[in-house]
Design a protein around this ligand. Structure first.
Ligand code: DAT
Ligand code: MG
Length: 160
């Protein structure tokens, strides 16, 4: 089985825009299993750990400001090829370039051109682990073992 777990965050802009329900619905519709979920308001230090690979980028200060400006909804989704599947559903980093049908493409149209001059982060609603290796690090950073649950869904009988 290619069962994987991946970390998804509905970022402050997604939470504040009231998009959480519709975003979560898409993941449930495709048959992914929610195995962990919570709301968390992270600080600058946690942002630097989560975005460790990006701390030296010119846009990092804006990214930190954006990700700490309100609470996020964090979840761990489980399913076949979950990392790749969720990235496909999330779409490209820049909402302007993200394909229609993806979360970023359907719910935003923000562009690098609009943010770069001002040193702001692009607002793209959602974070999802980029690779299986990244997902393991991120799930362990955001969730303790007692916050992750094992149970059966109908998809395990009819979709897998
Ligand atoms: P992704 O979130 O698609 O995995 P990433 O890991 O490269 O993209 O970057 C993390 C976040 O940082 C991204 O969701 C939005 C912001 N960001 C990335 N590149 C940016 C840029 N050139 N200008 C402004 N914000 C950027
Ligand atoms: Mg990334």
């Amino acid at each position: 089985m290619m069962l994987e777990r991946t970390l998804v965050l509905i970022k402050p802009d997604g939470v504040q825009r009231g998009l959480s329900g519709r975003v979560i619905q898409r993941f449930e519709d495709v048959g992914l299993k929610i195995v962990g979920m919570k709301m968390k308001w992270i600080d600058a230090s946690f942002s630097k750990t989560h975005y460790a690979a990006l701390v030296s980028k010119p846009f990092y200060p804006g990214l930190e400001k954006m990700i700490t400006e309100g609470p996020v909804i964090a979840m761990v989704l489980e399913g076949l090829h979950a990392v790749e599947l969720v990235r496909k559903m999330v779409g490209a980093t820049e909402p302007k370039s993200a394909a229609p049908g993806t979360i970023r493409g359907d719910f935003a149209h923000h562009s690098y051109a609009a943010t770069d001059k001002e040193g702001r982060s692009i607002k793209n609603i959602i974070h999802a682990s980029g690779t299986l290796e990244e997902s393991k690090v991120e799930v362990a950073l955001w969730f303790g073992p007692s916050e992750l649950f094992t149970y059966k869904t109908v998809h395990e009988m009819h979709v897998f």
